[in-house]
Design a binder for this molecule. Structure first.
Ligand code: ADQ
Length: 457
């Protein structure tokens, strides 16, 4: 029995070294870390969009000891524009995160979405061998389960939706609400991060399709799909080891020595769902209210460039840079600036050194499917405090974090003070409980658990 993984992003990307040699470099992010080992173990195929060097259509991976085949779909410029930036990131992404005002529902981009989903499904059908398990990932590929099901009625198909599933009233604003649900319900097992998302999905199935739901199932057109709430985990030990390695400790010390203050940290893709402007406003309000903190606290915000071809992302960048400038202009004195802003991706070592150096981690999305940064910080920190939005899926599993409403700027400013003043033994106790829970369901358990359940359907 082999495994077929289907995702928009590929697990390894081709990079040409200075010597001209081609190397396949693992992609950053949880999906590769979780599924690459699983696929190496099972053997099979990974199907994804080959963004760099699209002329390479297939490769066996990992490069030095191949265990599975990566099939790379070549998307045309128009497909990238309409399927990826258009429908996935201007319709489904804002809608699922409750930003209806930012959606652009356009028939032309929907058509591209259908066509590209069909291409992914076709590639899966071609790769399929009797008994294989098929696991499709995320909102870019919601129609793929149905499309595969039509060609392979008896295949075992799983799907994981990595972003929030919104309330049915928000979901129903999508002009293709029926089609999307029907597409997903081609799967036998549908995973989401929280029980709430599962419940909202079932309500949408009832209202939009008139499907029957019972317990954790949805029955639609004589097929039963089972739902599972299974939040993704991280590689806890990898982060713990990295965090306590001499290089990372040294880098963390260097960050502390450079800043010479307590450190508040934010690490996000630069995305309007992540609540970065609200976080900056809260820090500004905090400095207004606590002049004694000036010169003693720095907010370090690391933002990874993201989806810059979409207008709202460019606007957000300008807004954030404007806010950083305004706050620094207002409070800077005697060689201290309140906000340090880094606009680029950083290496994992650098990232963990920042987690290690931080006194307080601010994870304050307005809406987030789960949020891996919160978990990575909890695994890496020595004695820091996690402030976590109640609108991140991870909040369910992390009651020891200081939970906040990110829309409440004054409330958040108050929580900052509480975090900065928290006694050491309380900080350690909270972190320890967080870490114990992270270990109970780490990244590999997440992937293996899902695959086992899919195999049992
Ligand atoms: P994302 O929206 O990308 O993921 P998140 O879960 O926080 O959000 O994952 C981001 C990843 O990128 C983390 O692993 C983090 O370490 C890394 N990262 C962030 N900033 C970085 C930087 N400056 N440099 C380098 N790396 C950086 C989507 C959903 C989430 C869900 C995940 C997984 O939106 O809600 O948790 O998928 O299902």
């Amino acid at each position: 029995m082999g495994l077929i993984i289907i995702s928009n992003r590929e697990p390894y990307a081709p990079k040409r070294g200075e010597d001209g040699e081609l190397r396949w470099v693992p992609s950053i992010g949880g999906l590769t870390a979780a599924l690459d080992p699983a696929l190496q173990h099972a053997g099979g195929t990974w199907i994804a969009w080959g963004e760099e060097l699209p002329e390479i259509s297939e490769v066996d991976l990992p490069q030095d000891a191949p265990r599975y085949r990566l099939k790379r779909l070549r998307l045309s410029e128009a497909e990238v524009r309409d399927f990826y930036y258009g429908f996935s990131n201007r319709a489904l992404w804002p809608m699922s995160h409750y930003f209806i005002g930012r959606t652009k529902y356009q028939t032309a981009t929907w058509r591209a979405y259908v066509n590209v989903n069909r291409r992914f499904a076709k590639a899966a059908v071609e790769s399929y061998r009797e008994g294989d398990l098929i696991w499709v990932h995320d909102y870019q590929l919601a129609l793929v389960p149905r499309m595969i099901r039509e060609a392979l009625p008896h295949a075992r198909i799983g799907f994981f939706w990595h972003i929030p599933w919104p309330s049915a009233e928000v979901f129903r604003t999508l002009p293709w609400d029926r089609e999307l649900l029907d597409g997903l319900l081609g799967a036998d097992l549908i995973g989401m991060h929280t029980q709430d998302y599962v419940r909202y999905f079932q309500i949408a199935c009832e209202r939009v399709l008139g499907a029957e739901t019972e317990g954790d199932t949805v029955r639609w057109q004589d097929h039963i799909s089972r739902m599972v709430a299974r939040p993704i985990g991280i590689e806890v030990e990898t982060f713990e080891e990295l965090a306590t390695s001499p290089e990372v400790e040294e880098e963390a010390d260097r960050i502390r020595r450079t800043l010479q203050t307590q450190i508040l940290l934010g690490v996000d893709r630069l995305d309007y769902t992540k609540g970065i402007p609200e976080r900056l406003e809260a820090f500004d309000a905090f400095l207004d209210r606590h002049p004694e903190a000036r010169g003693r606290v720095t907010l370090l915000q690391i933002a990874v460039p993201s989806r810059e071809r979409v207008e709202s992302y460019r606007q957000l960048r300008a807004q954030v840079e404007g806010l950083v400038g305004r706050i620094n202009g207002k409070h800077t004195r005697d060689g201290w600036s309140p906000v340090q802003y880094i606009y680029r991706g950083v290496s994992r070592e650098e990232l963990v050194a920042h987690y290690r150096a931080a006194d307080v981690m601010l994870v304050t999305p307005l809406r987030d499917g789960l949020n891996l940064v919160a978990k990575e910080f909890a695994a890496s920190s020595r004695d820091g405090v996690l402030i976590l939005s109640r609108f991140a899926g991870a909040a369910d599993e992390m009651p020891e974090a200081l939970q906040v409403n990110p829309y409440n700027v004054d409330g958040l400013a108050g929580t900052l003070l509480e975090a900065l003043q928290m006694p050491l033994d309380e900080k350690k106790a909270r972190l320890q409980r967080l870490r114990e829970r992270l270990k109970q369901s780490d990244l590999h358990a997440w992937a293996e658990g899902f695959i086992q359940e899919l195999a049992a359907t």
